[in-house]
Design a protein around this ligand. Structure first.
Ligand SMILES: [Fe+2]
Ligand SMILES: [Fe+2]
Length: 395
């Protein structure tokens, strides 16, 4: 019998994994395929809470377990201590002493294979197969040649042209409201039912909302977001606006900013956001729209708060007080350090419209010099602010 062993974190298992399994099954002429979720203790990575071993095992069963000849094995999840592939392959070899074993992995894993724990034991017990994305395979060919020469390994290449999905991206998308399109049948329902990957909690304000948002951004941005929250609440108190609303809008204003161009597109289709021609060229601008849409859809934030998120990058003609405050706090939070920022901080406490006008004019000048392209909404806001007097303030 030809028996394939396919290991991975499957955190979560997605359609790319299933496609890999099917492709490996067919191209290697397998009689059996054993899916092995890697042992891994629950921990945080990229901020979003990760599921326990039992949940990963159940998700893998939902994703892979309905195909004939395919089974999901929890041997690594049951084993104490660190899981080594050498131990896993040895355990399976004991079960099938006379059969051919083929250990299947991604191409990135093949490149590091020689540095794994006891690689010679693995290649003595099993052949190796890797899934190639069909791109430049020079490094992989060299690696294969080395493994064949140094360890007498038998290495098989499996052509794999499936779309590039990664679990890291999926976890982030799940936390931002992904529907189940990229997940196998049943897996998304399981995730929702168990509230995995932060799909359960729905805070509406305060520190819990800030924490929820910070789990969706990287550390550097988290510092920025904290600063914007602090500054927005101060400005709201100074200008007689609702400090809690200002804090909430600030907490969420950059919640989708970590999404790259590809993920922004997915979020746009998920939230029915239509990018304009500037956003098509500069997808990083989209985070204002997708962030506002996520705040409404995932958390049911009020229209005022979502609108402050929506307009925090460009402003708009007829901005509300809350919109001005979040936009200004984004420019002047304590972590900002650029020529003129102290003047903007001073001005924001005395003349909010003047401060915003000065800040946006700096952006216009900077962007014109840098890229020669400036979003027309910013220019419209500048013209509108010029027509406005000082913001009235009794404080
Ligand atoms: Fe932003
Ligand atoms: Fe920001």
């Amino acid at each position: 019998m030809n028996i394939g062993i396919f290991g991975g974190a499957f955190d979560p298992p997605h359609l790319g994994h299933v496609d890999n399994a099917v492709r490996a099954f067919e191209s290697l002429g397998l009689d059996r395929l054993i899916i092995v979720p890697t042992g891994q203790s629950p921990h945080k990575a990229g901020g979003v809470l990760r599921p326990a071993a039992e949940d990963r095992f159940n998700m893998a069963k939902l994703a892979f377990g309905i195909r004939e000849g395919v089974s999901v094995d929890d041997l690594e999840l049951r084993r104490e201590g660190r899981s080594y592939t050498a131990d896993t392959v040895a355990q399976i070899r004991e079960r099938y002493p006379g059969d051919r074993l083929i250990f299947i992995m991604g191409s990135d894993m093949l490149l590091t294979f020689a540095s794994w724990y006891r690689p010679e034991e693995i290649v003595r017990a099993a052949d190796l197969a890797y899934l190639s994305r069909g791109a430049d395979d020079t490094a992989l060919s060299e690696c294969t040649a080395r493994l064949e020469r140094d360890m007498s390994a038998r290495v098989i290449r499996i052509e794999n042209k499936y779309i590039d999905v990664s679990s890291t991206k999926l976890r982030r998308l799940l936390a931002l409201g992904l529907l189940g399109e990229m997940l196998p049948l049943g897996v998304y329902d399981y995730i929702k039912a168990r509230g995995l990957y932060d799909t359960g909690e729905r805070p509406t304000g305060g520190d819990r909302l800030l924490e929820w948002s910070l789990r969706r951004v990287d550390d550097k941005r988290a510092r920025h977001v904290r600063g914007v929250c602090e500054t927005a609440a101060d400005l709201a108190r100074r200008w007689g606006a609702d400090a809690e609303d200002a804090f909430s809008a600030a907490a969420l204003h950059d919640v989708t900013k970590g999404a790259d161009a590809g993920l922004q597109k997915v979020l746009c289709s998920l939230y029915k956001v239509v990018p304009d021609q500037w956003e098509e060229r500069m997808p990083q601008l989209l985070h204002a729209k997708t962030g506002a849409a996520a705040a409404a859809a995932l958390l049911g934030m009020s229209e005022e708060i979502c609108s402050a998120i929506r307009w925090h990058t460009t402003g708009r003609s007829g901005m509300t007080m809350l919109e001005k405050i979040v936009c200004m706090a984004d420019y002047t939070e304590p972590g900002r350090d650029y020529p003129g920022v102290d003047k903007l901080r001073y001005l924001s406490l005395r003349d909010l419209n003047g401060a915003l006008l000065a800040a946006l004019q700096m952006t216009v000048q900077h962007e014109t010099e840098r890229s020669g392209s400036i979003h027309p909404d910013t220019l419209r806001t500048v013209e509108w602010l010029k027509s406005q007097g000082k913001e009235k303030c009794d404080a």
